[in-house]
Design a protein around this ligand. Structure first.
Ligand code: AMP
Ligand code: GLY
Length: 426
């Protein structure tokens, strides 16, 4: 089976690495990366070059197109490819609004009775300021539209909210802003593969959003993830499937925008149960790097079944082990960051048992890997227990170095702390 994979990051490396283990599989990636080039052919066509990607697909006639990142979804690439008669794992532009527009997503949650934080939308700075004057804190301010996880500001008091409002509404105050109730709890990522009607739920994962240990510092795209988190008991998984994932898939279907692909529910597990923070229309990153080494069986076949509306009765098999992905990032990330520094030790780390280094932002200069991105590597390890996986991952991290390398030292530790929410007692 020939898969055309759209993307170039750590998530795509993990997806391609796993696809390449299927019998008879080949993967062509665009725009690709050096790591993807070692797993198959790469075609350097930019993610926003919809015409170029469509032309490539027309030329290749792949058995499946797998779209990794959000940008081509929001630009409508899957619709164009479906018009060519190609099976695509990735939602239509209409369905991808669930990620692309926070206002659409919040309104959708309310329309379909999905549990989420209360909120108000403002198109006018003056009105927002009035509302914030009377709010109780903390509150969360969110910009509408894609912001790579950086358009969300948690504000502890009114002064912070005023500053955040100015930052998010822009100089001309022309953009819309959501003001949302702050939710306390355990943040968990749930993933469902869906053909628009049926779902297969993947093991849950926990991301670590902030740049520094102890959940301090600014939010990033994700500094590390592990799976499965202990809070995701069978009871919770069932609650999320029946109360969130299935109704969301059904809601999009009845609204005429069936979702085909990976529906990602970002949840806060609060004292009052799971509440939606957001939907994403794609595989999570770095969560996918943690999940792929746990997957057994034929991955491409499941994706193709989803893409062709044949998911009913299908299942996926998982190893039952734990997995941890520790992200190594460039100095400065999530702000402006260093680039172009040589990286050593990737091969040494990869030679360790049950370790896989996924490359998110790695270039090549004179045959040597160099840093080329904010998130550089996802150093991933599996183990019989989570502690075993964490130990293996950090040993592998210690093999690798580059100037200005940064990583969190507490990935996975959330699993060992007591949380207020026990789904089985709820
Ligand atoms: P979002 O892009 O909406 O998921 O927000 C990015 C991050 O901000 C989330 O992953 C949470 O860590 C945090 N966040 C968003 N909304 C809330 C909320 N209502 N309460 C607490 N934290 C939130
Ligand atoms: N890990 C967060 C995301 O993929 O959006």
């Amino acid at each position: 089976m020939l898969t055309l994979l759209i993307g170039s990051g750590g998530r795509e490396h993990a997806l391609a690495w796993r696809l390449a283990q299927d019998k008879g599989a080949s993967v062509v990636s665009a725009p690709g990366s050096p790591a993807l080039g070692r797993l198959g052919e790469i075609r350097p066509i930019a993610l926003d070059d919809t015409e170029g990607l469509v032309a490539l697909a027309r030329d290749l006639r792949p058995d499946l197109v797998l779209v990794g990142p959000e940008l081509p979804l929001v630009l409508g690439l899957p619709d164009r490819l479906r018009d060519l008669g190609l099976p695509v794992f990735g939602p239509s532009k209409a369905a991808a609004r669930i990620e692309g527009s926070k206002v659409f997503a919040k309104d959708f949650m309310i329309r379909h009775n999905l549990p989420t934080a209360s909120y108000a939308v403002f198109y006018d700075a003056k009105e927002a300021k009035g509302y914030l004057r009377d709010s109780s804190y903390p509150v969360v301010l969110k910009a509408d539209g894609l912001a790579a996880g950086k358009g969300v500001i948690v504000c502890g008091n009114n002064a912070a909210a005023m500053a955040a409002l100015d930052a998010l509404m822009g100089e001309d105050h022309g953009k819309s802003v959501i003001v949302e109730e702050y939710l306390a709890g355990e943040e968990i990522s749930f993933f469902a593969i869906t053909d628009g009607e049926n779902i297969i739920t993947l093991p849950a994962a926990q991301d670590h959003k902030t740049v520094n240990d102890g959940d301090r510092g600014p939010n990033t795209g994700g500094m590390g993830a592990y799976s499965p988190p202990p809070v995701a008991t069978r009871t919770l998984v069932k609650l999320v499937e029946e109360g969130i994932l299935l109704p969301a898939v059904e809601g999009l279907r009845v609204e005429g925008a069936p979702f085909v692909g990976l529906l990602y529910a970002g949840l806060m597990i609060t004292l009052n149960g799971p509440k939606l923070l957001e939907f994403n229309a794609r595989f999570g990153d770095p969560e996918t790097q943690a999940l792929m080494p746990l997957l057994k069986g034929d991955f491409g076949e499941t994706l193709l079944a989803a893409a062709t509306g044949k998911l009913k009765g299908k299942t996926m098999e998982w190893s039952g082990d734990s997995s941890v992905c520790v992200v190594m990032s460039s100095e400065g990330y999530p702000g402006p960051y260093r680039q172009g520094d040589p990286i050593t030790g990737i091969d040494k780390a990869n030679a360790r048992d049950q370790v896989q280094v996924f490359e998110a932002g790695v270039g090549v200069r004179d045959g040597i890997p160099i840093t080329k991105g904010g998130r550089v590597l996802g150093v991933t390890a599996t183990g019989k227990t989570l502690r075993d996986a964490i130990d293996r991952a950090y040993l592998a991290v210690s093999d690798i170095s580059f100037e200005g390398a940064h990583y969190r030292k507490d990935i996975g530790e959330k699993a060992f702390r007591k949380t207020p929410f026990h789904p089985d007692e709820a």
